[in-house]
Design a protein around this ligand. Structure first.
Ligand SMILES: NC(=O)c1ccc[n+]([C@@H]2O[C@H](COP(=O)([O-])OP(=O)(O)OC[C@H]3O[C@@H](n4cnc5c(N)ncnc54)[C@H](OP(=O)(O)O)[C@@H]3O)[C@@H](O)[C@H]2O)c1
Length: 216
C-alpha cells in the first residue's frame, strides 16, 4: 500500500489518489471542497500544538506512511518599518517548528523507503534574496529548509529521504490566486515528479517543482 499523509491537503491530493495511492488529508477544519474529494480526512489538527500532533500520531497508529508531505504554512508580511515580532514568532511556529514537530511525531510510522517533503519557498533562499522584506516568512522558511537538510542526514541511515521543495508561485489563497502564478495542478504535477525521483542519493536537495535545483 502506498500511503500518503498530506498536511495540509489541497485539492491536488486527488492527483495522488487518482494514481491509486491511499491519501490521508490532515487539516484544522475540513472545507466542503476537501470533503467532496472523498478521501480520508483527519481534521482538528493544529501543527503548532504538541497535544494536537500527538493526537494525529495516535489516529494514524498502526499505519505505515510512504510519503509525508509537510505543506501547511502561513505568510504574514513583516517589513522593517513594521517589525512585528509576534508575527515573526507565529510564522516560525507554523512554517518551521510545526513541520519538524509533525515529522518527529510520525517518525515511528516511517520505514526504509519512506519519503518526507518539506514545503519551503524560494523566499527562504538566502542567495535568491534580491529584494529584502518579509522578515517572518523568509526567516522561517530558511529554518524549515535547514530542518529538512538536517533530517536528510539523520534519517538517511534509516532509509528515509527528504525533499525540500518550492512549489513555484501558485494560484492559491496564500497568493490571492495571483494571475501571474501557475495553477495548483501544474505545481502538484511537478511536485509529484520530484517526489517520485527522490532517492537516498539526492536526499536533502532544494528543488523548484519544475525540477530546477535552487540555491540555498
Ligand atoms: N502559493 C505559493 O505561491 C507558494 C509559494 C512558495 C511556497 N508556498 C508554500 O506552500 C505551502 C502551501 O501554501 P498554499 O499556497 O497552499 O497556502 P494556503 O492556500 O494559505 O494554504 C495553507 C494551508 O496551511 C494550513 N495551516 C496554516 N496554519 C496551520 C496550522 N497551524 N495547523 C495546520 N494547518 C495549518 C491552512 O489551514 P486553514 O485552512 O485551517 O487555515 C491552509 O489550508 C505553504 O507552506 C507555503 O508557504 C506557497
Amino acid at each position: 500500500m502506498d500511503c500518503v499523509c498530506w498536511n495540509y491537503p489541497s485539492k491536488q491530493s486527488l492527483l495522488r489518489q487518482e494514481r491509486g495511492d491511499k491519501v490521508i488529508a490532515v487539516c484544522r477544519n475540513a472545507s466542503d471542497e476537501l470533503k467532496a474529494l472523498g478521501i480520508e480526512i483527519i481534521d482538528g489538527i493544529d501543527i503548532t500544538c504538541d497535544s494536537s500532533v500527538s493526537e494525529l500520531r495516535d489516529r494514524l497508529s498502526g499505519l505505515s506512511i510512504d510519503v509525508l508531505i509537510n505543506n501547511a504554512g502561513i505568510v504574514e508580511r513583516v517589513s522593517l518599518e513594521n517589525l512585528d515580532f509576534d508575527s515573526i514568532r507565529r510564522q516560525f511556529e507554523v512554517n518551521a517548528i510545526g513541520a519538524l514537530r509533525v515529522t518527529h511525531a510520525l517518525l515511528p510510522l516511517l520505514k526504509p523507503g519512506s519519503k518526507v517533503v518539506m514545503m519551503t519557498s524560494r523566499m527562504g533562499s538566502i542567495d535568491d534574496n534580491t529584494s529584502g522584506d518579509s522578515y517572518g516568512y523568509r526567516m522561517s522558511k530558511v529554518a524549515l529548509s535547514m530542518a529538512g537538510k538536517s533530517l536528510s542526514h539523520d534519517l538517511k541511515p534509516l532509509g528515509i529521504a527528504i525533499a525540500i521543495l518550492h512549489p513555484g508561485l501558485v494560484q492559491t489563497r496564500m497568493t490571492n490566486f495571483s494571475p501571474s502564478g501557475i495553477t495548483a495542478e501544474v505545481s502538484v504535477k511537478g511536485l509529484l515528479d520530484r517526489i517520485d525521483r527522490l532517492t537516498l542519493k539526492n536526499t536533502g536537495t532544494f528543488w523548484h517543482s519544475n525540477g530546477e535545483i535552487l540555491p540555498w
